[in-house]
Ligand binder design. Structure first.
Ligand code: FES
Length: 165
């Protein structure tokens, strides 16, 4: 990393049954991708509560990837459809907060798709690099009323926010 070059910090929530294995495959197959992603393994993309994403951004991530099994292939039947609904909700919320929605991405990658996952990681890192650092705290200070947008998420999207047992 050269001095003065912005290297995005990305948090990746990867489903244990597919995308996490795709990342593993990418590693063992020596498929190169940007090293900017801190991977958090979850049992299903449907397990990713929207607050996980907001918290990652609030704690300093510049972007977040949620990756799961392709629609119709979720090990928990249709939880990735829930992930899809939450994804639209979170993008809506980020827009309301004045944060570029391109900073969050939902990706489908089977265990065999190490190459596709690597490409999706590279694309997200590149896109976030163009956007620049998030500095959510700076956004927050500019308009404290944004707090209201976060406080109302739960009520506006009660169905989508339901978390797996
Ligand atoms: Fe992979 Fe649900 S088990 S998205």
């Amino acid at each position: 990393m050269s001095e003065g070059t912005f290297e995005p910090k990305i948090v990746g929530f990867l489903c244990n049954w597919c995308s996490y294995r795709a990342a593993d495959l990418a590693g063992t197959a020596r498929i190169k991708h940007a090293p900017n992603v801190r991977i958090i393994r979850v049992m299903c993309s449907g397990r990713v509560d929207p607050t996980f994403i907001l918290k990652a951004l609030a704690l300093g991530a510049d972007g977040v990837m949620v990756a799961g099994c392709h629609p119709g292939e979720c090990h928990y039947i249709e939880q990735n459809y829930k992930a899809m609904r939450r994804f639209h909700m979170i993008r809506h919320t980020l827009r309301a907060l004045g944060i570029e929605e391109q900073r969050v991405r939902l990706v489908w990658a089977s265990a065999a798709e190490g190459q596709q996952l690597a490409e999706a990681i590279d694309q997200l890192v590149e896109d976030v690099r163009k956007l620049g650092p998030l500095r959510w705290n700076a956004h927050w200070a500019e308009d404290p009323s944004h707090l209201h947008a976060v406080e109302t998420i739960e009520h506006e999207h009660a169905e989508a926010i339901e978390v797996l047992p």
